[in-house]
Design a protein around this ligand. Sequence first.
Ligand SMILES: Cc1cc2nc3c(=O)[nH]c(=O)nc-3n(C[C@H](O)[C@H](O)[C@H](O)COP(=O)(O)O)c2cc1C
Length: 221
Amino acid sequence: MNPFKKKSLRQLVANFRNEYLVHGIDESTLKDNPIDQFEVWFQEAVKSKVPEPNAMHLATATRDGKPSGRVMLLKGFDDSGFVFYTNYESRKGEELASNSQAAITFLWLELFRQVRIEGTVTKVSETESNTYFHSRPRTSQLGALVSRQSKPLSSRKELEAHFAAAEKEYSGKEIPRPEGWGGFCLKPVMVEFWQGRASRLHDRIVYSLQQETWIKQRLFP
Ligand SMILES: Cc1cc2nc3c(=O)[nH]c(=O)nc-3n(C[C@H](O)[C@H](O)[C@H](O)COP(=O)(O)O)c2cc1C
């Protein structure tokens, strides 16, 4: 008998569960610096063909703490932090302008892994934003140019008309990076690596920055 016939998906959602039977985290193999450790896990996510391994959830909040979240693409990371690109006048852009605290979360389900990162966000340099903007396909550059991200739009037709007009205007010319579009870099103060394990006895290792030094700590799952 098909169980879905009797119960609705809404009733069944609590029963979705998997045993996570892959790797554990062995402290002795962890890097001293969470950015280096992120690189190891990111490489493993790429090797495991996780779809969109650089997709991450970004949480921001208003000055008075009202949170919001959305998915973004990571476009770079190094010792200074995690870089993503967006419209500075979008909802997230405005929230980050008044409250620079943010959190990003990666979910690599194929590996039963999660990475949580918290820190402070600043804009990247104009040179860095220009370089990245001009490395994008022309259609993406035009898309960024015409999008007033997060503002009301009367119809799909209006968006397509703006795009067509910009395509015509900049035909054969370099497309300028809109001033209101660029990169942000989240400088981490906390990075947590979570590995799903059997019987919900998951591994969690938190790196926290204390007086310029990264301290590792295992947490209860
Ligand atoms: C897989 C995926 C990747 C995305 N990447 C970006 C991105 O890199 N930059 C961006 O501005 N929006 C990206 N978006 C769209 C955002 O989720 C969001 O809709 C948009 O940035 C507006 O958010 P806001 O109104 O909170 O500012 C992506 C969405 C998805 C589903």
